[in-house]
Design a protein around this ligand. Sequence first.
Ligand SMILES: C[S@@+](CC[C@H](N)C(=O)[O-])C[C@H]1O[C@@H](n2cnc3c(N)ncnc32)[C@H](O)[C@@H]1O
Length: 393
Amino acid sequence: MNKQTRQGQTKKPAPRSPGRKPHKTAARETCFYEAVAAEGLEFIARRELNARLGQLVTLHRTPESGGEPGVVHFRSTSSLYPLLHLKTVQAIYLIRRYAVPRPRALLGDEHFRALLGDIEQVRAVHPPGAFQTFFISAAGGESAVLKRLKSALAEATGLREGLEEGDLLLRLRRPPGNQTSWEVLIRLSPRPLATRSWRVCNREGALNAAVAHAMTLMTDPMPRDVFLNLGCGSGTLLIERLSAMPARRAIGCDSDPQALACARQNIEAAGCIDAAELYDWDMRRLPLPDASVDALCADLPFGHLVGSHEDNLILYPVVLAEAARVAKPGALFALITHEVRLMQRLLGDTHQWQKVTEQRIALGGLYPHIFVLARSGASIAPGRATIAYSPVR
Ligand SMILES: C[S@@+](CC[C@H](N)C(=O)[O-])C[C@H]1O[C@@H](n2cnc3c(N)ncnc32)[C@H](O)[C@@H]1O
């Protein structure tokens, strides 16, 4: 692909050997990317990028330093493959900046070849046929220039134009604060990364998988953990916990048999049915011994799709007390709820749990909080000396 300078301008492309595919593990020249995270969880996406890509990645501005909320910009010399395995981001885009005043110039030979080269790279890391359609998201989507660009892309790529979305998603925009350039962003995957292939059974109210993954990381997972997911629903937190790290036991419980059947289907599709245990337990009365669980996660009913506020006034204090009974001293409990004031009040009234962090996130038009709690009685369980994934303040 074309060399992209720090300013994102393009240099003349090096000649390509026909039919040569990028090597899976080979490092490449620097490219620029945008990772989209749930707003409030950018910090965890940044840490995952650092953890997975190490020196191959350089992160750009944080939301605290003026970066856009919900996005993480970075440049990297990594091949595209590791980026497709990121678990805490919703989607990743390859960015190329073109020093052109108007989108019409993208139809010029040099720029159009650069655009096709980027598309080819993205398609090359997926099986043949993974992309059938494309969609360009841009202001003025029906302008004559965009129509020309779409028909040129259809002809050059062999992809059909999707009506409302496409497997190959391109975004065309002006870089913030820059009136002399345009950027084309190409999503690296035919579906958002948060749309997991294991989800063969969906349920209303199922938790976003990237958010679920982030929550499991907030419990500082360890292979020796007895992990408990209260109200597991379709199994999202359980599957994401097991994909983050093996566990001695990974237990999910739900009082709804349909939820458990759905979780079983998803867990089978995720290939971790032997590692997970599902039970029809009531989370208010768990048949587990005192101080037997190392880490917990819960996506508690929060009164929009599941349960009601009145029910939660009774449910939440009982669940916090029962979770405290089964948790080992120092165990970490990551829970998400939209019942923010109720949870804050209950945590103010209990000595059983200490609040480690509270993070507001934006999710599908709602603003739930993720609370990370530590069971009182030990500073943090031995080996869990740091909360590696707590927000940087
Ligand atoms: C918000 S949903 C969890 C969704 C889940 N995270 C997912 O991704 O599908 C809350 C779950 O708690 C379960 N639940 C509610 N009250 C319960 C109780 N007393 N004991 C066990 N499960 C309960 C519900 O059946 C529901 O599946």
